[in-house]
Write a protein that binds this ligand. Structure first.
Ligand SMILES: N[C@@H](CCC(=O)N[C@@H](CS)C(=O)NCC(=O)O)C(=O)O
Length: 256
């Protein structure tokens, strides 16, 4: 989605970098990682998904999809984590997070967009395999408001209709989601068999886009032991100072 024109005009006056985010959101983790890798100062605006703070009219006026993260940079509003991290790396050029060659940049974007395109499969897997997801169930009144206010992302609306229905996700929904995720990790494992990083010779936005998926799926007991090369790659990322400041430091807020 990238830069949008928000209906909530109050954010236009914000100065500096402001991130609307949640501790345990894989999409928000990406943005925090990019900000920390760049050593940029930013102001935190926590949004509690458990309390449904993403559903308020005020927040939907900033992010019409009613999701985190949203970045506001001197009044410029950017949504969708893949676009946000690309925006950050394009605008703040020091500590570049992209390879130099065009071919490797293309590979980087392919990985970033793959993470974005498979987000609902990961979400289906998470919501079906973690006990805490029951707390995310919405009442009929909340769903009625959501249908009225979140008119932007139809696939996400369909996801929430399904999750909040009496039947919930079917076994087939979970099987389909799992096979999409398996295919991604097989592809990653193949790449990482003889490369240190996903896109080029260095850590890049591609790695930033994918490592949060491992963090959240681990909580849902995804069988990572089936992918030998992912572990070594993840361990390299864990050693980076940004991992602490962007991920670990926010995990006590997990579940909020
Ligand atoms: N494509 C979006 C997806 C954002 C998204 O789905 N965020 C989740 C957290 S990771 C969220 O806010 N979920 C709340 C909801 O669906 O109500 C992005 O990458 O920013």
């Amino acid at each position: 989605m990238g830069i949008i024109n928000p209906t909530n005009k109050t954010v236009l006056d914000l100065k500096g970098l402001h991130l609307y985010h949640t501790g345990f959101s894989n999409c928000a983790m990406r943005v925090r990682l990019a900000l920390e890798e760049k050593d940029l100062g930013w102001e935190s605006h926590p949004i509690s998904l458990m309390k449904g703070e993403q559903l308020t009219k005020e927040y939907i006026g900033i992010n019409p999809n009613a999701v985190v993260p949203t970045l506001v940079d001197d009044g410029v509003v950017i949504i969708d984590s893949a676009d946000i991290i690309d925006y950050i790396d394009s605008k703040f050029v020091s500590n570049s997070l992209r390879p130099e060659s065009k071919a490797e940049q293309e590979r980087m974007f392919e990985w970033m967009y793959l993470a974005r395109d498979n987000h609902l499969s990961i979400k289906t897997y998470m919501y079906s395999n973690t006990a805490s997801s029951d707390k995310m169930k919405r009442s009929e009144e909340v769903m009625a408001d959501y249908r009225k206010n979140q008119t932007f992302d139809k696939a996400l609306l369909e996801f929430h209709e399904r999750f909040n229905s009496n039947e919930g996700f079917s076994e087939q929904d979970v099987i389909d989601a799992t096979s999409v995720i398996d295919a991604c990790f097989e592809k990653m494992d193949e790449r990482l068999k003889d490369h240190k990083w996903l896109a080029g010779d260095d850590f890049s936005l591609a790695d930033i886009a994918w490592v949060p998926q491992l963090i959240v799926l681990k909580v849902a007991n995804y069988p990572f032991e089936n992918y030998k090369h992912l572990e070594a790659w993840k361990n390299e990322i864990i050693k980076r100072p940004s991992f602490k400041s962007a991920i670990l430091d926010w995990l006590p807020a997990m579940g909020k």
